[in-house]
Design a protein around this ligand. Structure first.
Ligand code: 5GP
Ligand code: ZN
Length: 111
């Protein structure tokens, strides 16, 4: 499968890892939008939020359980979690991932 994040998870593409276990990987975004910009992704290939089902939703809960721990490990308690689903919403990598953003330029609120 020609998936950038599957290759990154397999170690075929280098990344700066922040957290890893058997189910998920967290790494630094290559083009950070703010001081802290991490991506958290399941190791299992799920293309996007539209592909979350009762069969695979456990990994989403697991990611959200781990996010506070990951955020704490990089010294932040205030952060924004973003998921872009579909090209029309800005998704460029078709492997489910959550952006964790923290920094002084998060003042503008979209929602
Ligand atoms: P999306 O636009 O799909 O919500 O987010 C994809 C993110 O992946 C972007 O913020 C982009 O900067 C990041 N990204 C794209 N290619 C790479 C890469 O090779 N390595 C890392 N660490 N991040 C990447
Ligand atoms: Zn993938």
């Amino acid at each position: 499968m020609d998936c950038l994040f599957c290759k990154l998870i397999a170690g075929e593409i280098p990344s700066t890892k922040i957290y890893e276990d058997e189910k998920i990987l967290c790494f630094k975004d290559i083009a950070p939008q703010t001081d802290v910009h991490l991506l958290v992704t399941p190791k299992e290939h799920i293309c996007c939020a539209n592909a979350i089902t009762s069969e695979n939703s456990g990994i989403v809960a697991y990611i959200f359980e781990k996010i506070p721990e990951i955020a704490k490990s990089v010294g932040v308690t205030d952060y924004r979690i973003i998921n872009n689903c579909g090209e029309g919403a800005g998704q460029t990598v078709k492997h489910l991932h959550f952006h964790i953003l923290s920094g002084p330029n998060l003042n503008e609120k979209l929602v």
